[in-house]
Design a protein around this ligand. Structure first.
Ligand SMILES: C[S@@+](CC[C@H](N)C(=O)[O-])C[C@H]1O[C@@H](n2cnc3c(N)ncnc32)[C@H](O)[C@@H]1O
Length: 241
Protein backbone atom coordinates (compact mmCIF):
# COMPACT_ATOMS: atom_id res chain seq x y z
CA UNK A 1 0.00 0.00 0.00
CA UNK A 2 1.50 3.34 -1.06
CA UNK A 3 0.75 5.83 1.70
CA UNK A 4 2.01 8.82 -0.30
CA UNK A 5 -1.50 9.00 -1.78
CA UNK A 6 -2.67 11.45 0.86
CA UNK A 7 -5.80 13.56 1.18
CA UNK A 8 -3.68 16.63 0.30
CA UNK A 9 -2.72 15.00 -3.00
CA UNK A 10 -6.40 14.27 -3.78
CA UNK A 11 -7.35 17.88 -2.98
CA UNK A 12 -4.57 19.22 -5.24
CA UNK A 13 -5.74 16.98 -8.10
CA UNK A 14 -9.38 17.96 -7.59
CA UNK A 15 -8.56 21.67 -7.54
CA UNK A 16 -6.56 21.33 -10.75
CA UNK A 17 -9.39 19.31 -12.32
CA UNK A 18 -11.90 22.08 -11.57
CA UNK A 19 -9.76 24.42 -13.65
CA UNK A 20 -9.34 21.96 -16.52
CA UNK A 21 -11.29 24.16 -18.96
CA UNK A 22 -9.89 27.56 -17.88
CA UNK A 23 -6.30 26.49 -17.21
CA UNK A 24 -5.61 23.17 -18.99
CA UNK A 25 -1.82 23.60 -18.82
CA UNK A 26 -1.93 23.71 -15.02
CA UNK A 27 -4.28 20.72 -14.85
CA UNK A 28 -2.16 18.58 -17.16
CA UNK A 29 1.10 19.57 -15.46
CA UNK A 30 -0.29 18.49 -12.07
CA UNK A 31 -1.79 15.27 -13.49
CA UNK A 32 1.37 14.36 -15.40
CA UNK A 33 3.61 14.85 -12.35
CA UNK A 34 1.22 12.72 -10.31
CA UNK A 35 1.21 9.93 -12.92
CA UNK A 36 4.99 9.82 -12.99
CA UNK A 37 5.14 9.60 -9.19
CA UNK A 38 2.50 6.90 -9.16
CA UNK A 39 4.13 4.83 -11.91
CA UNK A 40 7.49 4.94 -10.16
CA UNK A 41 6.03 2.53 -7.57
CA UNK A 42 5.88 -0.25 -10.16
CA UNK A 43 8.31 0.63 -12.91
CA UNK A 44 11.72 2.17 -13.41
CA UNK A 45 11.21 5.18 -15.66
CA UNK A 46 14.83 6.15 -16.19
CA UNK A 47 15.82 4.72 -19.58
CA UNK A 48 12.38 3.20 -20.20
CA UNK A 49 10.42 3.60 -23.43
CA UNK A 50 6.93 4.85 -22.60
CA UNK A 51 4.08 4.66 -25.10
CA UNK A 52 1.26 7.08 -24.21
CA UNK A 53 -1.89 5.79 -25.93
CA UNK A 54 -4.33 8.64 -26.61
CA UNK A 55 -1.77 11.16 -25.44
CA UNK A 56 -3.37 14.11 -27.25
CA UNK A 57 -0.79 16.80 -27.96
CA UNK A 58 1.65 15.21 -25.48
CA UNK A 59 0.58 16.76 -22.17
CA UNK A 60 2.60 14.14 -20.30
CA UNK A 61 5.73 14.25 -22.46
CA UNK A 62 7.78 16.65 -20.32
CA UNK A 63 7.02 14.82 -17.07
CA UNK A 64 8.05 11.44 -18.51
CA UNK A 65 11.17 12.88 -20.15
CA UNK A 66 12.00 14.68 -16.89
CA UNK A 67 12.02 11.23 -15.22
CA UNK A 68 14.50 9.97 -17.83
CA UNK A 69 12.05 8.06 -20.05
CA UNK A 70 11.88 8.03 -23.83
CA UNK A 71 8.35 9.29 -24.48
CA UNK A 72 6.37 8.21 -27.55
CA UNK A 73 2.89 9.69 -27.90
CA UNK A 74 0.18 7.96 -29.92
CA UNK A 75 -2.97 9.82 -30.92
CA UNK A 76 -5.94 9.02 -33.11
CA UNK A 77 -7.23 12.51 -33.79
CA UNK A 78 -5.02 14.90 -35.77
CA UNK A 79 -6.68 17.99 -34.27
CA UNK A 80 -6.04 16.73 -30.70
CA UNK A 81 -2.45 16.00 -31.69
CA UNK A 82 -2.01 19.62 -32.78
CA UNK A 83 -4.02 21.17 -29.92
CA UNK A 84 -0.93 22.87 -28.48
CA UNK A 85 0.71 23.71 -31.80
CA UNK A 86 3.37 21.54 -33.35
CA UNK A 87 2.90 17.91 -32.14
CA UNK A 88 5.61 16.38 -29.95
CA UNK A 89 8.45 15.00 -32.09
CA UNK A 90 7.96 11.30 -32.77
CA UNK A 91 4.21 11.29 -32.10
CA UNK A 92 2.54 8.39 -33.88
CA UNK A 93 -0.88 8.74 -35.47
CA UNK A 94 -2.95 5.62 -34.89
CA UNK A 95 -5.69 3.96 -32.91
CA UNK A 96 -5.38 2.26 -29.56
CA UNK A 97 -7.59 -0.49 -30.99
CA UNK A 98 -4.92 -1.36 -33.54
CA UNK A 99 -1.58 -0.11 -32.30
CA UNK A 100 0.96 0.35 -35.10
CA UNK A 101 3.61 -0.98 -32.72
CA UNK A 102 5.33 -4.37 -32.83
CA UNK A 103 4.83 -6.96 -30.07
CA UNK A 104 6.78 -6.29 -26.88
CA UNK A 105 8.28 -3.01 -28.12
CA UNK A 106 7.82 -0.81 -25.05
CA UNK A 107 8.73 -0.98 -21.38
CA UNK A 108 5.68 0.94 -20.20
CA UNK A 109 2.36 1.27 -21.98
CA UNK A 110 0.46 4.16 -20.46
CA UNK A 111 -3.05 5.41 -21.12
CA UNK A 112 -4.92 8.05 -19.16
CA UNK A 113 -8.60 8.78 -19.66
CA UNK A 114 -8.87 7.30 -23.13
CA UNK A 115 -10.56 3.91 -22.74
CA UNK A 116 -14.05 5.38 -22.28
CA UNK A 117 -13.65 7.12 -25.65
CA UNK A 118 -12.96 3.91 -27.54
CA UNK A 119 -15.70 1.77 -29.08
CA UNK A 120 -13.91 -1.52 -28.28
CA UNK A 121 -12.17 -0.77 -24.96
CA UNK A 122 -10.96 -4.31 -24.24
CA UNK A 123 -9.49 -4.60 -27.70
CA UNK A 124 -7.45 -1.51 -26.88
CA UNK A 125 -6.47 -2.93 -23.48
CA UNK A 126 -5.31 -6.17 -25.15
CA UNK A 127 -3.33 -4.15 -27.69
CA UNK A 128 -1.55 -2.35 -24.86
CA UNK A 129 -0.59 -5.69 -23.34
CA UNK A 130 0.66 -6.95 -26.71
CA UNK A 131 2.87 -3.88 -27.25
CA UNK A 132 4.52 -4.23 -23.82
CA UNK A 133 7.62 -6.36 -23.33
CA UNK A 134 7.60 -9.22 -20.79
CA UNK A 135 8.26 -7.71 -17.35
CA UNK A 136 6.99 -4.32 -18.57
CA UNK A 137 4.12 -2.39 -17.02
CA UNK A 138 0.72 -1.37 -18.36
CA UNK A 139 -0.94 1.67 -16.72
CA UNK A 140 -4.54 1.97 -17.81
CA UNK A 141 -6.92 4.52 -16.32
CA UNK A 142 -10.44 5.54 -17.31
CA UNK A 143 -13.57 7.24 -16.06
CA UNK A 144 -16.31 4.67 -15.40
CA UNK A 145 -19.71 5.53 -16.83
CA UNK A 146 -21.47 5.72 -13.45
CA UNK A 147 -18.82 8.04 -12.01
CA UNK A 148 -20.13 11.56 -11.29
CA UNK A 149 -17.95 12.66 -14.25
CA UNK A 150 -18.93 9.65 -16.42
CA UNK A 151 -20.97 11.80 -18.80
CA UNK A 152 -18.12 14.31 -19.10
CA UNK A 153 -19.63 17.68 -20.07
CA UNK A 154 -23.14 16.16 -20.08
CA UNK A 155 -22.82 15.04 -16.41
CA UNK A 156 -24.81 14.53 -14.22
CA UNK A 157 -27.57 14.03 -16.81
CA UNK A 158 -25.88 10.84 -18.04
CA UNK A 159 -27.47 9.16 -15.02
CA UNK A 160 -30.75 9.47 -16.96
CA UNK A 161 -29.19 7.90 -20.06
CA UNK A 162 -26.33 8.80 -22.37
CA UNK A 163 -28.42 9.62 -25.43
CA UNK A 164 -30.82 11.72 -23.42
CA UNK A 165 -27.92 13.63 -21.80
CA UNK A 166 -26.39 14.22 -25.23
CA UNK A 167 -29.69 15.60 -26.60
CA UNK A 168 -30.16 17.80 -23.55
CA UNK A 169 -26.68 19.28 -23.94
CA UNK A 170 -27.40 20.09 -27.58
CA UNK A 171 -30.75 21.68 -26.71
CA UNK A 172 -29.24 23.81 -23.96
CA UNK A 173 -26.07 24.98 -25.68
CA UNK A 174 -26.97 24.78 -29.36
CA UNK A 175 -23.81 22.73 -29.90
CA UNK A 176 -22.86 19.06 -29.82
CA UNK A 177 -20.91 17.93 -26.79
CA UNK A 178 -17.25 17.24 -27.56
CA UNK A 179 -17.69 13.80 -26.04
CA UNK A 180 -20.66 12.36 -27.91
CA UNK A 181 -22.30 9.34 -26.29
CA UNK A 182 -22.28 6.38 -28.68
CA UNK A 183 -19.64 7.99 -30.91
CA UNK A 184 -16.72 9.24 -28.83
CA UNK A 185 -17.94 8.36 -25.34
CA UNK A 186 -19.00 4.90 -24.21
CA UNK A 187 -20.27 3.31 -21.01
CA UNK A 188 -17.36 1.38 -19.48
CA UNK A 189 -17.75 -0.09 -16.00
CA UNK A 190 -15.33 -0.79 -13.16
CA UNK A 191 -16.56 -4.38 -13.03
CA UNK A 192 -15.76 -4.95 -16.71
CA UNK A 193 -12.23 -3.60 -16.23
CA UNK A 194 -11.53 -5.76 -13.18
CA UNK A 195 -12.93 -8.87 -14.88
CA UNK A 196 -10.95 -8.22 -18.05
CA UNK A 197 -7.69 -7.73 -16.12
CA UNK A 198 -8.19 -10.84 -13.97
CA UNK A 199 -9.02 -13.01 -16.97
CA UNK A 200 -6.14 -11.84 -19.14
CA UNK A 201 -3.59 -14.69 -19.12
CA UNK A 202 -0.73 -12.44 -20.26
CA UNK A 203 -0.65 -10.16 -17.21
CA UNK A 204 -0.22 -10.15 -13.48
CA UNK A 205 -2.53 -7.60 -11.82
CA UNK A 206 -0.32 -5.30 -9.69
CA UNK A 207 -2.98 -2.84 -8.58
CA UNK A 208 -6.63 -1.89 -8.97
CA UNK A 209 -7.11 1.59 -7.54
CA UNK A 210 -9.46 4.55 -7.50
CA UNK A 211 -6.80 6.68 -9.23
CA UNK A 212 -7.26 9.99 -7.47
CA UNK A 213 -8.33 8.80 -4.03
CA UNK A 214 -6.19 8.63 -0.89
CA UNK A 215 -4.65 5.24 -0.08
CA UNK A 216 -7.13 4.41 2.67
CA UNK A 217 -10.07 4.64 0.20
CA UNK A 218 -8.71 1.86 -2.05
CA UNK A 219 -11.22 -0.61 -0.58
CA UNK A 220 -14.06 0.98 -2.59
CA UNK A 221 -12.94 -0.85 -5.75
CA UNK A 222 -13.71 -4.16 -4.04
CA UNK A 223 -17.40 -3.34 -3.52
CA UNK A 224 -19.53 -4.14 -6.60
CA UNK A 225 -22.11 -1.43 -7.27
CA UNK A 226 -20.61 1.18 -4.96
CA UNK A 227 -17.32 1.14 -6.89
CA UNK A 228 -19.06 2.15 -10.11
CA UNK A 229 -20.09 5.48 -8.58
CA UNK A 230 -17.44 6.40 -6.04
CA UNK A 231 -14.18 5.24 -7.67
CA UNK A 232 -14.38 8.32 -9.88
CA UNK A 233 -11.53 7.04 -12.08
CA UNK A 234 -10.29 3.46 -12.22
CA UNK A 235 -6.61 2.63 -12.50
CA UNK A 236 -5.42 -0.84 -13.53
CA UNK A 237 -1.70 -1.51 -13.20
CA UNK A 238 -0.55 -4.74 -14.84
CA UNK A 239 2.75 -6.52 -15.37
CA UNK A 240 3.24 -8.29 -18.70
CA UNK A 241 4.11 -11.95 -18.20
C1 LIG B 1 -9.85 12.89 -22.64
S1 LIG B 1 -8.54 12.84 -23.75
C2 LIG B 1 -7.23 12.28 -22.70
C3 LIG B 1 -5.91 12.93 -22.99
C4 LIG B 1 -4.80 12.56 -22.02
N1 LIG B 1 -4.42 11.17 -22.20
C5 LIG B 1 -5.20 12.83 -20.57
O1 LIG B 1 -5.01 12.01 -19.72
O2 LIG B 1 -5.68 13.91 -20.28
C6 LIG B 1 -8.88 11.42 -24.74
C7 LIG B 1 -7.91 11.26 -25.88
O3 LIG B 1 -8.08 9.96 -26.46
C8 LIG B 1 -7.98 10.09 -27.86
N2 LIG B 1 -8.60 8.92 -28.50
C9 LIG B 1 -9.90 8.68 -28.70
N3 LIG B 1 -10.06 7.50 -29.33
C10 LIG B 1 -8.82 6.98 -29.52
C11 LIG B 1 -8.33 5.78 -30.12
N4 LIG B 1 -9.15 4.86 -30.64
N5 LIG B 1 -7.01 5.59 -30.11
C12 LIG B 1 -6.16 6.48 -29.56
N6 LIG B 1 -6.57 7.64 -29.00
C13 LIG B 1 -7.89 7.89 -28.98
C14 LIG B 1 -8.71 11.39 -28.13
O4 LIG B 1 -8.45 11.89 -29.42
C15 LIG B 1 -8.15 12.27 -27.01
O5 LIG B 1 -6.94 12.87 -27.34
Amino acid sequence: MNRSATVERSVTLFRAFRKEQSDPEHFYTVLAADSVDQLAQWARLDGATVLDVGGGPGYFADAFRGAGARYVGLEYDASEMAARGEPEPGTVRGSGEELPIRDGAVDICYSSNVLEHVRRPWVMAAEMVRATKPGGVIYLSYTPWLSPHGGHETAPWHYLGGHRARRRFHRRTGAEAKNRFGESLFAVSVGAGVRWARSCPDVEVLAVLPRYHPWWATWVVRVPGLREVVSWNLLLVLRRR
